[in-house]
Design a protein around this ligand. Structure first.
Ligand SMILES: [Zn+2]
Length: 507
């Protein structure tokens, strides 16, 4: 594994990086930060960004890759902002990550913090290793696992090599980085390439015809300049080439200020090698994207942690008319920065429903006081922009106060109430959202699991955890709001299974 530590833009390593980026069609991304331990109201600062570049794609040569570690603690962020932004959305580079959305949120906040606004909001085309692994399992004829595995477990299974997680929570802000930290950081990004390569080989071996790709090419041959520049997914070779031509023309007519910026874009886009057909096909078929919304950028606002995947969606088109209580436009204002998902406030009578909603990753608050007046409930719902869920008919009399922001739950039992709310509000629940929220307080979890030592420390005098659990190599997660610790033991797996059944995710 060839590793380069890049700590200045005025260095050979940096030149090497830009050259490698222009020759790569697949890169693995990962980031490191100093873990946060308590109720901090800011995102952690990313101090290291790893880019593993796949240089060649000769199947005979196992590894033609090189890993760059960008030292964000030393490089002025404004000097690499445009470059990274372009790489993140370059249609010629497939980006791989392991739950990279989280990293992107922190990365974006780190860059905005140094005046690089608005930060990053998009990575496309992108594939998450979690999904690649599931596809790989499926292609192998194996049973697709329901649990989201850790990267090291996936690595072990697919590549047969283990990944040490010891240094995950080490101090990534300390300089110089230790040899071990450098090796650890590099291999985390590097293994993404290996896993993808194995998956790709499997697909190629299946010998899919390339007819789709050819059709696509022909279809795009006659596109005009305007279409090319505005095409949302211009990730094929013809469009790639035309995009460069289009940029030439734009550059020729733009002001000199714009030219400088465009020049940087052109630098990357023009010189990037287009994807080969088999890769292109995979991207077309399985490619995803990460999109950050305004609400992702605020650490305090509680929202569900899980990413949404369109592949697992329940209750797409359910009959709304049976729930005659619900009328009118969505009460959550999408323009206010929500991500199209409503947040709820559960009245005392449906508190059990609040817990259930949290279990499937939906933001569900309960009243601030134990016996709230109707007025208090309505105020809270308005202030926090939540839909008030209740079984109390009296409350509905006040609904003129919160236009269409109150819903009367019909069912009596929690499981059925959960399904009802999912259907009425057309919530998209995916498996990786399950258990992504603190059931006790509706808070979010810190973003990387604690090590056993940290978990022992965090539990001291606060929460009783049976000692035997610490020897089991379990992942411990801590709620950012109330510090409650959770671990992925038997109870966890039972709960996940329960909600898979309740929400009919396996159908
Ligand atoms: Zn909590």
């Amino acid at each position: 594994m060839e590793v380069h530590l890049v700590s200045s833009t005025d260095s050979d390593e940096f030149t090497h990086l830009t050259r490698a980026l222009s020759r790569s069609t697949v890169i693995g991304l990962d980031a490191e930060w100093k873990p946060i331990r308590s109720q901090q109201s800011t995102f952690p600062t990313v101090t290291l960004l790893q880019l593993a570049c796949q240089l060649g794609d000769d199947t005979a040569v196992w590894d033609e890759s090189v890993v760059f570690l960008l030292d964000l603690a030393l490089i002025p962020l404004s000097s690499i902002y445009e470059l990274l932004k372009d790489v993140f959305v370059s249609p010629d580079i497939l980006k791989l990550g392991f739950r990279f959305k989280q990293d992107l949120i922190f990365l974006s906040s780190t860059f905005s913090g140094q005046g690089c606004n608005p930060g990053f909001d998009k990575v496309e085309p992108y594939m998450d290793i979690t999904n690649i692994y599931k596809l790989w399992q499926h292609k192998q004829g194996k049973k697709v696992s329901k649990d989201t595995k850790s990267l090291s477990a996936i690595c072990e299974e697919v590549l047969g090599t283990s990944l040490s997680k010891e240094l995950q929570c080490s101090d990534w802000s300390h300089r110089p980085l230790s040899e071990d930290q450098i090796r650890y950081a590099a291999s985390d990004a590097h293994c993404l390439l290996g896993i993808f390569k194995t998956f790709k080989a499997k697909i190629v071996k299946e010998g899919h015809s390339c007819s789709d790709v050819k059709e696509l090419h022909q279809h795009n041959v006659n596109l005009g300049l305007k279409e090319i520049l505005t095409m949302p997914d211009n990730n094929n070779m013809v469009v790639g080439t035309k995009f460069c031509n289009a940029l030439d023309i734009v550059q020729a007519t733009a002001s000199s200020e714009d030219c400088e910026r465009i020049a940087q874009v052109v630098e990357v886009v023009r010189n990037t090698k287009p994807m080969d057909e088999s890769l292109l096909k995979i991207v077309k078929k399985y490619g995803e994207k990460i999109l950050l919304r305004e609400s992702d950028r605020k650490p305090k606002s509680s929202r569900k942690k899980g990413r949404k995947r369109s592949s697992v969606v329940v209750c797409r088109e359910k009959k709304l008319e049976i729930f005659s209580d619900w009328q009118g436009p969505p009460p959550w204002d999408i323009s206010l920065g929500g991500d199209g998902c409503p947040k709820f406030l559960c009245d005392v009578m449906v508190e059990g429903l609040a817990k259930h909603l949290r279990c499937v990753g939906v933001d569900a608050a309960i009243p601030h006081s134990k016996l709230p007046e109707p007025r208090e409930l309505i105020d809270q719902a308005c202030r926090e922009k939540r839909v008030l869920l209740t079984r109390d008919a009296k409350l509905l009399r006040h609904q003129y106060l919160i236009k269409n922001q109150i819903y009367r739950v019909n069912n009596l039992l929690k499981n059925e109430q959960l399904l009802e709310v999912i259907e009425v509000f057309q919530l998209k629940i995916s498996e990786d959202q399950l258990m992504s929220r603190c059931t006790k307080c509706n808070g979010r979890f810190i973003q990387k699991p604690l090590t056993t030592e940290e978990a022992i420390e965090a539990a001291k005098g606060f929460q009783r955890i049976p000692n035997c659990l610490f020897n089991k190599n379990l992942e411990f997660w801590q709620c950012m709001e109330c510090n409650q610790l959770y671990w992925e033991g038997t109870q966890y797996h039972n709960a996940v299974q329960k909600f898979i059944d309740v929400c009919k995710l396996n159908e």
